[in-house]
Design a protein. Structure first.
Length: 138
């Protein structure tokens, strides 16, 4: 079965090769192909990088210094509102927002208490020096 499929593929390849030879002999097709190749070569030449041209650094920047923003960036920035330091980082802003929401929820909903497993005695211990009892009658 596999041999039959292989024979069919080879026959199809031979047929395609015969058609290609016919197309290669066509003058219009050959002219269009050369025109396409010339356009591609011209485009490649136009956008090719020139070797050895590197933009010089204007000044050396120290390890902890910040690079100054260029004029194009500042012009493109437009009018931006002042943001506090906490709101510049979205992950920190959402973390603070969640913490505030938890605080608000504590005022509305009582938190669940773990079951201690019955009475475990006085948590702080019994003070023997303090007496808060009352005497009856006399």
């Amino acid at each position: 079965m596999a041999a039959k499929a292989r024979e069919e593929e080879e026959a199809a390849d031979r047929e395609a090769a015969r058609e290609r030879r016919h197309v290669d002999e066509d003058e219009e097709y050959a002219g269009a192909a050369t025109l396409r190749d010339r356009k591609r070569a011209a485009k490649e030449e136009k956008y090719r990088r020139q070797a050895g041209i590197i933009a010089p650094l204007e000044e050396e920047i120290g390890d902890f210094d910040k690079r100054h923003v260029g004029k194009k960036i500042m012009e493109n920035r437009g009018l931006t509102p002042h943001r506090s330091k906490d709101h510049k980082n979205p992950r920190k802003r959402l973390r603070d927002k969640f913490a505030k929401a938890q605080i608000r929820r504590k005022g509305q909903v009582r938190s669940m208490r773990e079951d201690g497993g019955g009475y475990a005695g006085e948590a702080t211990g019994i003070k023997t020096s303090v007496s808060k009892s009352r005497r009856f009658g006399k």
